[in-house]
Design a protein around this ligand. Structure first.
Ligand SMILES: [Zn+2]
Ligand SMILES: [Zn+2]
Length: 237
């Protein structure tokens, strides 16, 4: 059992290219951050609660019809936090969208050579690449209209799971609390998308689910993309 870290902005980046400046034709990808717990588990009955999808992504809707393939360089991660969706009654990820001022401050700091932890974590990345990524995130934030959405159903009814008082009673369990579990270990073998479909979700800049990435073509360096939408939600109360 691991205590939830006090900082909610402890982000690190997966090793993917992020140097492409944001423009109207690129896709914005959010990948599950490595700081996120692997899953959650009840301290009493040990029932596990998993995130309902692998990894997440953003797609810019201005580009017209969804293309059948996209490249890794077209993706940009945005911050997310673990939460409990009240609509789906499941663990989920919710967009972590701080005020525009935070993005502007971060962009100023990173251009001045300072390290930042939001909206991206600087550690171990090329400086020019970090600045370009931060600029892309700032431009995305400037254009974002909708409030943060739960990326399971697009709803806004959720509870953060990484707050300072994180104890969540397991509803079916007299003594159980739902705790985060991290698996820390080196990754070996092929990434998702090589031997099995990745199922990385693709969203537009407003958090609308538009597709998922299935197979990665190593020769072409591109992902196959298929259309995917949020399930229709009948009851929003
Ligand atoms: Zn339990
Ligand atoms: Zn949901």
């Amino acid at each position: 059992m691991i205590d939830i870290p006090p900082s909610t902005h402890n982000y690190s980046w997966l090793e993917q290219p992020h140097g492409t400046p944001y423009n109207s034709t690129v896709y914005l990808l959010q990948v599950t951050f490595m700081y996120l717990p692997s899953f959650y588990s009840c301290s009493y009955c040990h029932e596990n609660f998993h995130f309902p999808f692998n990894t997440l992504s953003y797609h810019h809707k201005g580009g017209g019809p969804l293309p059948s393939t996209v490249r890794s360089e077209d993706f940009l991660e945005i911050p997310k936090r673990p939460a409990w969706c009240k609509v789906c009654n499941s663990l989920t990820l919710v967009e972590d969208i701080l005020p525009l001022q935070d993005f502007e401050n971060a962009y100023g700091a990173i251009r001045a050579g300072k390290s930042i932890e939001y909206p991206l974590h600087c550690r171990g990345k090329d400086a020019a690449e970090q600045i370009a990524t931060c600029k892309a995130l700032l431009e995305w934030r400037m254009n974002r209209i909708r409030p943060a959405r739960a990326l399971c159903c697009g709803g806004t009814q959720f509870l953060w799971m990484d707050t300072l008082q994180p104890l969540r009673r397991h509803a079916d369990c007299e003594y159980g609390f739902i705790d985060p579990v991290w698996y820390i270990g080196s990754f070996c073998g092929y990434a998702h998308g090589i031997h099995s479909p990745a199922d990385y979700r693709v969203y537009d800049p407003e958090g609308e689910l538009v597709g998922n990435l299935t197979w990665f073509n190593q020769e072409a360096g591109s992902w196959a993309l298929q259309e995917l939408r949020y399930a229709p939600t009948l009851d929003w109360d």
